[in-house]
Ligand binder design. Structure first.
Ligand SMILES: NC(=O)c1ccc[n+]([C@@H]2O[C@H](COP(=O)([O-])OP(=O)(O)OC[C@H]3O[C@@H](n4cnc5c(N)ncnc54)[C@H](OP(=O)(O)O)[C@@H]3O)[C@@H](O)[C@H]2O)c1
Length: 213
């Protein structure tokens, strides 16, 4: 597949680029600043672009099979997530290219009655993470309302950490996945495996899915 990755030098984006190249996909790796080209693998095509600019989304998605968004705004600019999502969806509505977005855990359901959102559960979201978690809840609302684009929204578990590629994890839909020790976690490497699995298999069109060990 021909795949464009926005946020290609980020923690999630860089693992996603690596996983896609490993499986033989043609990857266009997009960073906002050309200084980040040095962090990208040589096998990827390197492009400069900003996901919040509709014209960049159009130019960098034309002729591609899939766009992957792994962007995260700087601290204090969490609401920018909404602008980026709207820009991606508006641009891709024009080019009719499929989108998989790395989102947040905040909008997943948790608790016995599944009536609480992760964002409101301090076991998983400490005050320091609340702003980004709230922004991710709003971001997911933008996706749920989207009918023009074939999108998939991947909610990580509560903890997303550098680690190993095991390719062993569980998938779920709208509920936070928690292990027997009460932990909800995945490595960035395995998130990339699940995301490229979805790229290849399209199991969740216009839906959200999640994963965890
Ligand atoms: N448990 C959870 O729910 C959880 C945990 C961690 C992350 N996440 C989500 O996972 C996603 C990826 O996070 P991460 O940990 O990989 O973050 P990261 O390491 O900070 O990387 C984010 C990347 O996004 C890029 N970026 C920001 N705004 C952009 C824009 N307008 N256009 C293009 N690129 C842009 C940044 O590039 P620059 O270098 O140019 O700034 C950076 O490379 C985010 O959506 C984040 O909310 C969720």
């Amino acid at each position: 597949m021909r795949i464009t990755v926005f946020g290609a030098a980020g923690s999630a984006g860089s693992r996603i680029v690596t996983e896609a190249l490993l499986r033989g996909h043609e990857v266009t790796a997009v960073v906002r600043n050309e200084a980040s080209f040095a962090q990208l693998p040589n096998k990827a095509q390197q492009r400069q672009g900003d996901a919040s600019r509709i014209e960049d989304v159009i130019a960098l998605s034309k002729g591609q099979d899939l766009v992957i968004a792994a962007t995260r705004p700087a601290e204090g600019q969490e609401k920018e997530l909404i602008n980026i999502s709207q820009s991606l969806l508006t641009g891709l509505a024009k080019t009719q290219v499929r989108l998989i977005a790395v989102g947040g855990a905040g909008s997943l359901n948790v608790g016995d009655k599944k009536s609480t959102l992760v964002v409101d559960d301090t076991r998983y979201v400490s005050p320091a993470w609340r702003d980004i978690a709230v922004a991710c809840v709003d971001q997911y609302e933008v996706y749920k309302a989207e009918t023009r684009v074939n999108w998939t929204y991947l909610s990580p578990p509560a903890m997303l950490l550098p680690g190993e590629r095991t390719a062993q994890f569980r998938l779920g839909k709208d509920e936070l996945l928690v292990d027997q020790q009460g932990q909800s976690k995945i490595s960035y490497e395995d998130l990339a495996v699940a995301l490229i699995d979805e790229a290849e298999q399209s199991n969740f069109p216009q839906q959200r899915f999640t994963l965890a060990y």
